[in-house]
Structures are given as C-alpha cells and as structure tokens.
Design a protein around this ligand. Sequence first.
Ligand SMILES: C[S@@+](CC[C@H](N)C(=O)[O-])C[C@H]1O[C@@H](n2cnc3c(N)ncnc32)[C@H](O)[C@@H]1O
Length: 317
Amino acid sequence: MHDAVLLNETVAAVLGVKSLPKAARLQAGGIYVDATFGRGGHSRLLLSHLADDAKLTVFDKDPTAIAVAHELAATDSRVQVIHDSFATLTGSLNALGIAKVDGLMADLGISSPQIDDGTRGFSFMRDGVVDMRMDTTRGQSVGQWLEQVDDETLANVLYEFGEERHSRRIARAIKQMDSYESTLELAEVIKVAHPNWQRGKHPATQSFQAMRIFINNELGDVDSFLAQSIEMLKTGGQLAVISFHSLEDRRIKQFLQRHSKGQYPEDENLPMPPKRPRYFSKPRRIGPSKTEIADNPRARSAWLRAATRSDVIVSTN
Ligand SMILES: C[S@@+](CC[C@H](N)C(=O)[O-])C[C@H]1O[C@@H](n2cnc3c(N)ncnc32)[C@H](O)[C@@H]1O
C-alpha cells in the first residue's frame, strides 16, 4: 500500500479551496489531472469531491500503477487513464479532446509499492536486479546503463542527481563489479567505497537516488510538465505539486517564482519585453504536520507548492 502524503492539503489546493469541508462533499465540476496516480490515494479523495459530470485524467509511467488505475476507471466513468509520462501532458490530453484543465496535480518520485517490491531494483534493502525503471515496458535499466557507461559519466550522475560528494571513488568501485544482477551487491560495493557514513543513513542512499533520477529522466520530466502547465491550465485553474527532495523542490519553487513575478525572459541577456505576463498567483508552500510525519515517515521531506493560473500582464516601465 501507499500512504498518500499531504492528502487533504493537495486535494484542497487542486480544487482551489482553503480546506476540504469535513461533513460535505464539494461536487466540483470541471476537468482535473492527477499526473502521478500511484495507488490513487489523491485521485480517490479528489473524485469524492467532484460532480458526476466532472472528469479526472490520470497518468503514470508504471504498469502496475496503471493496472490499478484501470480498475478504478472500470467502476468510475469520470476517470480516464494514460500510461505515459506526464511530460506528454499537452499531447496526451489533446488526443483525448481536452484543451484546458481546471486543476493539475503531481505527487513526484516513487511510491511505496515500487520500493517494497525488491524485483523493481529501487531498494538497497531488498534484493533484485538493478533495474529502477518506473516504466518497465520501455527504456534501459540502470544495470544495462552501468554495463556501458564510463567512470566519469557515472561519477557526474552520482554528483549531479545524488549530490554525492564521494562520487568518483564510488563510480570507480561500481565499474569494477562483474555484473549488476543484485541491488544488495551494488549497495555493498557502494558502502565499502564510501569513506564516511552518516548515522541513520545508508551510504548507498544518495547513489541509488541519483541513478533512479537519471534513468527515469525525472528532473527533465518535471521541467517539461511545469512548462506545459502554463498552456494547459485555464485562467483560475490550480497547480499543486508535491516534491520529496531539494533538486525537485528548487525547480518548482524557481518556476513558480519566475512566472508569478513576471520575470521574463529567462535569459537575462535578452531585452525585457515592454509587457510581461504573470502566469501564476503568489505561490503557497505547505509542509506536513508533526502528526502526519509521526504516522508516515515518508512525509518528512515533502513540500507541496501550489498556485493559481492567472493572466495578469505587468508593464515593465
Ligand atoms: C509518490 S507516487 C504517487 C502516489 C499517489 N499520489 C497515491 O496517492 O497513490 C509517484 C508515482 O508517480 C509515478 N511517476 C513518477 N514520475 C512520473 C512521470 N514522469 N510520469 C508519470 N508518472 C510518473 C510513479 O510511477 C509513481 O507511481
């Protein structure tokens, strides 16, 4: 199972309300997207507040998540399912005849069932082949990539996506392995190569995170999704994104800051146009409560950032 993080806060944000009513259901109309269905925790609560004629389109890269989404769609005709990356947002929605949406949410990263299933290769605590793909139907596994990558490129990935300061020596040790058939062996090699262990944190944590982010193009997908949210959200529509590490959170924060302040264009060397759009309202940041962290330790690093799509034009002069 997967305990949905910041559940009420995120669904309230997508629906554009401060908090969800306790006793009543909202019956909101419109078209909504859950870009990361997982096991559908957020989708199910969102559906319970949607009117009968509302629509919810869900995305996931993972075939096991998509199987669960199809089960839900079979019992709820408001649900449409897309097995693809949320980086295909505009094209996938347009193909369903959807040009604009009222609310867009994403709960980034991996789900508990993905980590708990050792055969997926995400965990350094459970044995399995070194795969780590979210979408097991396409692309290269981490093991296949490790077979052919050179030491320097591997070290750069560990540094860039895992902020691993000992990336070079870890990369050299990984490249000396005979095969990448076992996540526990890989974790052990990283552990031995790692010069200092922080208490309470497995020395392979950052390296595993880095390889997973790289092989799934996680940051590139997030950038693409955010950029497309401008086009896909109606004026007054809501964007809500949960992230679990600073590499992602920084991107979301900077994107929303840029587009809520009307700082445009991105390249400072280009001349400033006389009128600049503010595509989003002032963003909000919401973290988990102490109770949620106590109930679900996965929530401790989560941040929800949310904003309303606006079409205010500011004059540069
Ligand atoms: C944290 S879980 C979401 C959990 C979900 N909110 C729930 O309540 O069950 C993240 C999910 O997003 C999916 N995912 C990650 N990156 C994706 C992407 N670029 N496109 C589509 N799905 C993605 C993962 O496969 C995983 O199932």
